[in-house]
Every structure is written in C-alpha cells, then in structure tokens.
Design a protein. Structure first.
Length: 246
C-alpha cells in the first residue's frame, strides 16, 4: 500500500531543547509508532552546540580535549557518524510498524529528501542527491565529512544528512539541514556560507509542513501531551543524560 497515510501529525518545537531532551522526544515518538501510533513529523532546534554521537560509535580521545571537552554531547538512537548540531534545523519522522508502507526503509530517505529538494527549490536553493557513495580509506568521525549516496548536497557540499532506527517494524528517521558553519567545525559549510543572502528566516514550520504533507493527506499540527512529556523526561533521567548508555 503506497504512501501517503490518511493523516500525519506535525510538531514544531518553538523553544530550543537540550540534546538529551531532543533525543528522548524522538524516542517517545518511535515507541508510540511501535504500538500503532500514526506517522509524525517533528521540527526542532538545539539550545547549545551539541555533538550527537552515533549509536555504534565509541568515545574518542580527542573528545576529552578542548573545545570538545566543554561541548555538550548526547548519544543518538540512530547509527552513522557524529553530528555537530549548532546552526541548523533538525527534523524527525516516524512511521508505524503495524502498517509499514515502504518497500525498504531506505525508501524513506528518498521520499523525505525529495520533499526537502522541492521546498528548497521554491526558495531558489538547488539541492540534489549525491547519488553515489564517496569511498574513503578511513571513515571520518563526523557525519558531514562522510559521503553517502543519500546525502543532499549544494554543489559538492553536504547540506542534509539523515539516519534511521527501526524497532519492531516502526521506523524513526531524523536529519539536519545545515544553515551555517559552526565555530567548532568551520570546514563544514551551511547554506548561508555557500549562498549568501539566501532567505531562510523563520520558515522552519514550512519545511515541517512540506515533510508532513509527503507522509499524510491531512496534516494536524499539535502540541505534546502530558503523558508524552512525562515519558520524555523519564528517558532524559534514565538514559539520555548519559553518553555511555547502550
């Protein structure tokens, strides 16, 4: 059965959150999808520069040295390379497990990224999939220094990267749209660096709406419920407040 679903929920976070809070809220959505909850798109930002470490990555010696030793860190539920979340918008989406409508989980990369390409083109930003993997003798620790065929690029520069986690059939995908380089990693450029003057002020909700409309025919923008927030706070306390959870 093809996409879209009849409905999709949209959550747009108005306040930047910590890394632990952001990852906990994404997991709450995945857990709901595991027991039959509908598709959800969430848009959010970070309250400070934060390094999110991929689920399978190990702590590296350089992470104990400045400036990284003074930088917030969180371990993600998803795999892939570490991402420095700073000048960006982040999206997440979940699809329920009991009614999985994709032939392969990677199909969601293409669908979400296609929606981002359309949204960006309407604003004069030409993004395109890399299309091929960029092999490297030693894979960099940071995701945005890697080259995957699913990446969205502005020229040769990676602007959108995404990662997934599947649990009991339900699928979580989240990713970052880079707006500007971070002082902690100036070699990783964002849209404002590559296309000065691009109009990007304030439309984070519009990007979320574009993604939600790809997943559902009717989009309902809602706030978090009390039980959802309570579950998120519990995950922060028991899990995402530590970097060494597995």
């Amino acid at each position: 059965m093809p996409l879209p679903y009849p409905e999709c929920r949209l959550i747009v976070e108005s306040v930047p959150l910590s890394g632990a809070e952001n990852m906990a809220r994404d997991e709450v959505l995945l857990e709901a999808a595991m027991i039959g909850g509908g598709p959800v798109v969430r848009m959010y930002t970070w309250d400070r520069p934060t390094l999110s470490v991929g689920y399978f990555q190990q702590r590296e010696p350089w992470m104990q040295l400045p400036p990284w030793s003074e930088t917030a860190m969180v371990r993600r539920l998803t795999g892939g390379g570490a991402i420095l979340h700073d000048q960006e918008w982040t999206y997440s989406c979940v699809i329920p497990g009991k009614d999985f409508r994709l032939h392969h989980p990677y199909d969601l990369y293409d669908r979400i990224h296609q929606a981002i390409v359309i949204w960006a083109a309407e604003r004069g930003i030409p993004l395109q999939p890399r299309g091929v993997n960029r092999p490297q003798s030693e894979e960099p620790y940071l995701c945005y220094l890697r080259g995957d065929s699913h990446d969205l690029c502005f020229g040769e520069s990676k602007i959108v990267g995404s990662a997934q986690r599947r649990r009991k059939g339900a699928l979580l995908q989240h990713g970052s749209l880079l707006l500007k380089h971070s002082p902690l990693a100036p070699e990783i450029k964002g849209l404002h660096d590559l296309k000065p003057g691009v109009l990007m002020d304030g439309p984070m909700r519009s990007l979320g709406l574009q993604l939600a409309q790809m997943l559902g025919r009717d989009v309902h923008e809602t706030a978090w419920t009390g039980p959802e927030l309570a579950a998120s706070e519990e995950l922060v306390a028991k899990k995402y407040g530590r970097l060494d959870w597995r």
